[in-house]
Structures are given as C-alpha cells and as structure tokens.
Design a protein around this ligand. Structure first.
Ligand SMILES: Nc1ncnc2c1ncn2[C@@H]1O[C@H](COP(=O)(O)OP(=O)(O)O)[C@@H](O)[C@H]1O
Ligand SMILES: [Mg+2]
Length: 268
C-alpha cells in the first residue's frame, strides 16, 4: 500500500500524522492515528470513512487551520503550520458566505485581504464568477441565490486567489441530489481545466467515485488509512457512466470497505 500512498512528486506530503483532542470535560479523543499519505499534483483525492473518523480534522490540518498533535505536513519543502492563503483555499459545507455582501463582493473578499487594488479585484472576481456560470448574478445577495448558486459563489471565492490546492469538506452535502450531481460534474471539468489539486471529503460514495482519481478509506477512530482505491474511469466523466459495471463495482468495493469498518465498530 505504501507505494500508492507515497510518491516522489507530491503536492502535499502527510507523515505520521496523529490528531488527539482534549475534551473540556476531561478525557481525550484520539481521532487520527499515525497516518501517512501523499496528495499528487493535479489529482482529485477524496477522503471517506465513518462519521467521526477525523476527515474534517485531517482537512483542517492540511489547510494549516489546526496544528497536528504529532507528525508533519509539507507543501514542497515548507511545513504547513498555519494557513497558506496564496497556495491553499478551503470550501466549507455551509458555504460560509457573508450575507451582507453581494456575490461579487463575496468573491472579492480574499483579494481585499491580500490588498489587491479595487479595479483588479473586480475584474478577477468577475472572471471567476463567469467560470462558475454566475456572471448574471454578481449583484445578488446570498439570500437571493439557490443553494447550488451559493456553493458556486463559495467555490469562486476559493478560486479567485489562484491557489493550486483546494480543500473541500462535504461541499455539496447541503444540496439536493440532482444539484449535487450537476455541480459536481461541472466543477471537476473546471478544476481540471485550471489544473487544480483537490482534497475532498464526502460521505456519498457515488459522488466519491464520480469525482475522484483516488479515494482514501479511513477506519473507525483512532483512524488509519484502511485502504486506497484508484478510480480509473475515463475523463471527462459522463452521467451514463454512473450506470456502468466498472463504476458500480468501484462503488461496491468502497461500500464493503466502509461496511466492514462500521461492523467492526459495532462488534466492539
Ligand atoms: N475541536 C474539537 N474538540 C474536541 N473533539 C473534537 C474536535 N473536533 C473534532 N473532535 C472529535 O474528533 C473526532 C473526529 O472528528 P471529525 O474530524 O469532525 O470527524 P469527521 O469529519 O470524519 O466526521 C470526533 O470524535 C469529534 O468529536
Ligand atoms: Mg466532518
């Protein structure tokens, strides 16, 4: 397994990562136990595993939003121990848009923080809104947009800084099934064109197979990487491929890996 988890030319390397929390009431939660893996440049890597196995915790440490209890996360030669906003962006499940700002102003926010002059940030934000198909909605406020549109604004905001790495924690979890499928397919096409590297968390196995190049299956906590599944389906993915024997077979194997994990949990 080590050969498929680690590579020579990684975008991010994770080595011996452990994450432990201390509960306010005392006691500790050992969420992640000594895991190592690489994120390859340009790949779409998805993390799946039982609820509470530490997927969000791992993603936050990859983004430098949280310090690991032990281990090392590197972006090239640099250790990630704080956010790296010019290289890594984050997309949250609940969109996290500013309700008082228009779609355009939301997308502009990270550029404002970077001190980019107004005219340039307007132009860059408009261009990214066009890429996600929302140029006509630039002046709308979040409450005037559908769930799918809001999430596309959040994605545009993550893309506007030209980061090469996007971390996405169940970004489509709040969307209905049809919107989830549509946005997912459009997103992958766009991200491929822009040559982004993605680390994605989902609990939807169909989504995992449809979007990913590789899927890491986490065990129950204290979690290890239980398995890694390569998804060798043609790109661009097509809706009809979801019914193919190959697609179903990968989805079934993810299901049985998860099911074994969960039934092992019930047995203890
Ligand atoms: N800030 C925190 N303080 C204490 N415990 C936490 C904290 N964040 C997460 N946990 C615990 O760590 C474990 C992993 O959580 P999380 O990373 O959210 O898992 P997942 O995203 O896979 O559902 C859970 O048991 C959760 O309750
Ligand atoms: Mg989570």
């Amino acid at each position: 397994m080590a050969t498929t988890l680690e590579s020579n030319t990684a975008a991010i390397t994770v080595r011996d990562l452990s994450i432990t929390y201390t509960r306010p009431t005392g006691g500790t939660v050992h969420a992640v136990d000594n895991i190592s893996f690489d994120v390859r440049p340009g790949e779409f890597l998805t993390l799946i595993g039982p609820s509470g196995c530490g997927k969000s915790s791992v993603l936050r440490t990859l983004g430098g939003l949280q310090t690991p209890s032990a281990g090392d996360i590197r972006l090239g030669d640099v250790t990630i121990d704080r956010p790296v906003p010019d290289r890594i962006s984050y997309v949250f499940q609940d969109f996290a848009l500013f309700p008082w700002r228009t779609a355009l102003a939301n997308v502009e926010t990270p550029l404002e923080i970077q001190g980019v002059p107004k005219k340039e940030r307007r132009e860059r934000a408009m261009k990214v809104l066009e890429q996600v198909g929302l140029e006509r909605f630039a002046a709308q406020y979040p409450h005037e947009l559908s769930g799918g549109m809001k999430q596309r604004v959040a994605i545009a905001r993550a893309l506007v800084t030209d980061c090469d790495i996007l971390l996405m924690d169940e970004p489509f979890g709040a969307l209905d099934e049809q919107t989830r499928l549509m946005i997912g397919v459009q997103l992958v096409e766009l991200l491929e064109k822009l040559n982004k590297t993605i680390v994605f968390v989902t609990h939807n196995l169909q989504e995992a197979v449809n979007l990913s190049d590789r899927v890491l299956v986490f065990s129950k906590p204290p979690s290890v990487v239980r398995d890694v599944v390569e998804v060798d389906l043609r790109r661009p993915r097509r809706f009809e491929d979801m019914n193919s024997e190959e697609f179903m077979s990968i989805q079934r194997s993810l299901f049985s890996l998860l099911y074994e994990t969960e039934s092992a949990e019930r047995a203890v």
